[in-house]
Design a protein around this ligand. Structure first.
Ligand code: ANZ
Ligand code: ZN
Length: 899
């Protein structure tokens, strides 16, 4: 638990009661202890003098019109950003003086650490409103943690390798590096305009040799540990452009090449893989992770562990041939009425009969153009074609027709299935379409008679299953698995959907894979002292079907590090997800020259305490980085097993017409324009006010005006408070107590909401407080010190949300130092409570107790409180009251007959 939480406060204060003289002194004490510096504490003449002087000066300024009565966000924000940067520089300089490298400093041992990480952007050139929506609330949360006393690490960088840079190079003739670096330059400025508290001295840019050298170093370590290997694997390939394509370049259902609209085909290439499957089971352990359940569920599905039985089917007329199938429902084996091979299954061409050959081959060609996702889509019709061949049922010896169908994937299980249409939806559809028999072998809870309109996948008892008839199907599963094992025709098997991670890209703009192939020595990693393998600046991008680096002889031709003979460099580059799999480590010592990261910094700062970013990364990035952390652990580089403890996924911000923002829809909101017009704080507050952060929502052009008005109102209120000389505290009446209660309840609510990313409700609580303060001032016309307390607290509570304005208010209220260096305010639970009133409790007319209840308590609540009283319960001695009479705010009389 972090410091500054209300729970940690002592609660030894007496309840406040109407007319209680205690109230006066209690409120007085609150004012005394309110967040004023000592020199303006009550009774300090010096403070009074200063304050009076300041007030007079302000009045002068106002009279002479020098001081505008409106908040000017642009001027103020520029002023504070400049000051913050100065202060940051000064702090860094001081650290350097003290022998500490600010970019790799360890957490302050006096404070709990908090590593706040938000997904780093791709340097596309322009920060759009979605970036703001991702980063601003993350910044607000990091700022809250700082004020709560944590030593916060909040870095930022650029995920700078990737396809768009290369495409820009091809399209515009700029080289990818120039394009990327120019974009980064621009985006840094935009990020600064947000007023976010990033630790810029820790910035990483993944396309710099300083960074990617360590990609290569890690790649070699993974290779040495057997976690990286090379094998033939299919890629999407455009026969027209003569190049392999990245997934993003294959568009639409028809799977066309993005550039020329030619249907994409699969081609085998010799490529690098990372053995993420080694960690499949460990990746399923998610106990300590405070991540959204849907992300965990997506990861579980992606990993897709399933246990079942794998067994062989022999083929009629091919005595020497057989194929294996994998099933999770061996209990339904008597219901197998056909089986299906994936179109790419090697046996297809061998067993297909001459009559069927033409249609089978046409089907295979068409299937090669589909993606796996499409093949698995439940919306699609399941299609297939008969091979003309038959398998033999392993238990009954009956012939089973063998089909080819693209709903069976070549890459999962054995690439072949036993089809049980009565109990599997996919098989049911298929059987219906092609008129194949459907045999029920597990009885549904109803009688199972009559024609079925869908597969039954629930549990039941076995029928038409020979010796297994009558067994509950779960038992039959075990019995059949045992029988197959004993008879040597099958075995229990666990399968995963997860595949090893294909990291080779036939692309230029990525980290060169640091491997050399020698005709004598085979694959030889580039020795550490030769790292980084630099990306040559002068490579051609003309797509040739191979990696652009292949055409660069100076890069490709190299002496074998082992035997010195002529050898070739690997010319593929790494998937950019490699870069982002460990960037949270590099932030800890971004300029380290001889290690990828300082292990002391890693053990002090990691794991990340709060990660924020889009849910679109649920399976790729978020799974890869978990895998990397485990691999780094096994390489002895870290002691952590998980990279990020808490994860929050923000929603998506839509156009004002509730559609996704896009240039073609004309509903794009440009944050630069908004910031120039309204200031960053207004944009920040509006974005956080739209709705719950995980839900996003449509942009409302009027909403931003509302945010502006709110900030203006807060400023005006604080400016007025600053201008008015402090009046002594008057008699503390109900109005004062109400405002004080609202103030402390607001502290509680805002603290709770900001901690749990409830920014919208936090802001509305601050709006209510502002309204309450205005209303109080209007009705009472006074309350200088109380209003000052409110103003100061408002500045503190607004600091994470509207950091510039809060800073300005803090200065306006004559406070020293930065508001962001202040402690987060703490609510006094006693002041949060309702006023109390005393109620007399009688049993049969005799007074038994006096209890305190909230003055707003209903009669029912008073009655309940009376019945809870220890004394009353003792006097009742377990007897049930016959009747309870309540006089609101005064008396509860309990009537017990015969009592
Ligand atoms: C017979 C059967 C009967 C099946 C039944 C299911 C229900 P999970 O849980 O995802 O592992 N299958 C096996 N290999 C496949 C492949 N390469 N492509 C498509 N489907 C494949 O799914 C395992 C089940 O999916 C297996 O169990 C198999 O169908 C199918 F009432 O076998 B079953
Ligand atoms: Zn060699």
């Amino acid at each position: 638990m972090g410091p500054g939480r209300p729970e940690t406060l002592p609660t030894a204060l007496a309840p406040l009661r109407s007319g209680d003289p205690e109230v006066e002194s209690r409120i007085g004490a609150v004012f005394d202890s309110c967040i004023l510096p000592p020199w303006v504490a009550p009774g300090s003449d010096r403070g009074k003098g200063v304050r009076r002087a300041v007030a007079e000066q302000r009045t002068q300024e106002t009279k002479s019109g020098e001081r505008t009565r409106r908040y000017d966000p642009i001027r103020v924000e520029n002023k504070w950003r400049a000051r913050w940067e100065e202060a940051q520089e000064a702090q860094n300089a001081a650290r350097v003086q003290a022998g500490i490298d600010p970019s790799s400093r360890l957490p302050d041992p006096q404070k709990p650490k908090h590593y706040a990480l938000t997904m780093f952007p791709y340097p596309s050139g322009d920060l759009h409103i979605g970036h703001w929506y991702a980063m601003v609330p993350s910044d607000a949360h990091a700022r809250l943690r700082r004020m709560q006393g944590y030593d916060v690490l909040f870095p930022m960088g650029f995920d700078a390798f990737g396809l768009p840079a290369e495409n820009a190079a091809i399209k515009r003739g700029v080289d990818p590096k120039t394009w990327t670096m120019r974009n980064i330059e621009h985006m840094r400025k935009q990020l600064r305009s947000m007023g976010a508290s990033f630790d810029w001295e820790r910035e990483v840019v993944t396309c710099t040799p300083e960074y990617y050298k360590w990609n290569q170093w890690l790649f070699v370590r993974l290779y040495q540990r057997g976690l990286a290997y090379k094998k033939d694997a299919p890629v999407d390939f455009c026969p027209q452009c003569n190049t392999s394509l990245a997934r993003e370049q294959v568009v639409g259902e028809e799977r066309l090449c993005e550039r020329c609209d030619t249907p994409v085909i699969k081609r085998d290439l010799y490529q690098w893989f990372l053995r993420i499957t080694t960690y499949a089971d460990e990746l399923l352990e998610m106990d300590g992770l405070q991540w959204p359940e849907r992300v965990l569920e997506m990861q579980r599905n992606w990993i897709g562990r399933s246990s079942g039985v794998q067994f062989a089917l022999s083929i009629r007329d091919h005595p020497d041939l057989s194929f294996e199938v994998f099933t999770t429902r061996i209990d339904t084996v008597y219901g197998m009425t056909f089986c299906v091979l994936a179109p790419e299954h090697p046996l297809v061409s061998v067993i297909t009969t001459d009559v069927q050959r033409a249609s089978v081959e046409a089907y295979q060609a068409q299937a090669a153009r589909q993606s796996e996702v499409e093949r698995l889509s439940t919306a699609r019709q399941r299609t297939g074609v008969f091979t003309g061949a038959h398998a033999v049922h392993p238990l009954t010896g009956e012939p089973v027709p063998i089909w080819v169908g693209d709903y069976v994937l070549g890459t999962y299980g054995t690439g072949a299935i036993m089809a049980v249409p009565a109990h599997d939806d996919r098989d049911f559809d298929f059987a219906r379409r092609y008129g194949l028999p459907i045999r029920v072998v597990v009885t549904p809870p109803d009688d199972g008679e009559g024609e079925r309109t869908s597969a039954y996948s629930g549990s039941g008892f076995l029928v038409q299953s020979g010796p297994y008839d009558g067994l509950p199907n779960e038992e039959a599963k075990e019995a059949l698995a045992d029988a197959f094992t004993q008879r040597g025709i099958g075995r229990r098997q666990v399968n995963y959907r997860l595949r090893d991670w294909l990291v080779s890209r036939q692309r230029y703009w990525g980290t060169p894979i640091p491997m050399i192939e020698c005709p004598v020595c085979g694959i030889v990693p580039v020795p550490d002292q030769d790292l980084p393998v630099l990306l040559p600046p002068d490579a051609a991008f003309v797509p040739t079907g191979e990696s652009p680096l292949r055409a660069h002889r100076g890069f490709r031709e190299v002496a074998c590090p082992r035997c010195g003979g002529p050898a070739e460099r690997e010319t593929d580059t790494m998937d950019t997800f490699f870069d982002s799999s460990w960037y949270q480590f590099r932030y800890l010592s971004p300029h380290a020259l001889d290690v990828p990261f300082d292990p002391r910094a890693a053990s002090a700062w990691l794991p990340v305490d709060q990660y924020t970013g889009g849910v679109e990364h649920a399976t790729m990035h978020l799974l890869y980085t978990r895998f990397f952390t485990k691999a780094l652990r096994d390489l002895g580089l870290t002691s952590d097993s998980e990279p990020m403890l808490r994860l929050f996924n923000q929603g998506i911000i839509l156009g004002s017409n509730s559609q996704r923002m896009s240039k073609s829809r004309g509903n794009v909101v440009n944050p630069d324009d908004l910031t120039a017009q309204y200031g960053a704080d207004a944009v920040r507050v509006y974005l956080m006010f739209i709705g719950p952060w995980d839900q996003g929502g449509p942009w409302n052009p009027n909403g931003i005006e509302g945010a502006v008005r709110f900030l203006q109102r807060v400023w005006r209120f604080c400016a007025d408070v600053a201008d008015s000389a402090d009046s002594e505290i008057g008699p503390a009446g109900p109005a004062e107590r109400d405002l004080l209660r609202t103030l402390h309840r607001t502290i509680t609510a805002v603290s709770r909401d900001l901690e749990s990313f409830g920014f919208n409700t936090a802001i509305s609580a601050l709006m209510s407080l502002t309204n309450a303060a205005y209303a109080y001032r209007e009705t009472t016309g006074g309350g200088g010190r109380l209003l000052r307390n409110v103003a100061e607290t408002l500045a503190l509570l607004l600091a994470p949300l509207a950091p510039h304005l809060a800073e300005e208010l803090w200065e306006l209220l004559d406070q020293e130092g930065s508001v962001h260096a202040e402690r987060w305010p703490q609510a006094d639970p006693e002041l949060c409570r309702e006023d109390q009133q005393t109620i007399v409790v009688q049993i049969n007319g005799r007074v038994r107790d006096r209890i305190a209840v909230d003055s707003t308590a209903s009669e029912a609540e008073q009655r309940a409180a009376a019945l809870r009283s220890e004394r009353v319960r003792a006097a009742l001695g377990g007897a049930e009251p016959d009747r309870v009479v309540t006089v609101a705010g005064k008396l509860v009389n309990i009537v017990v007959r015969g009592g």
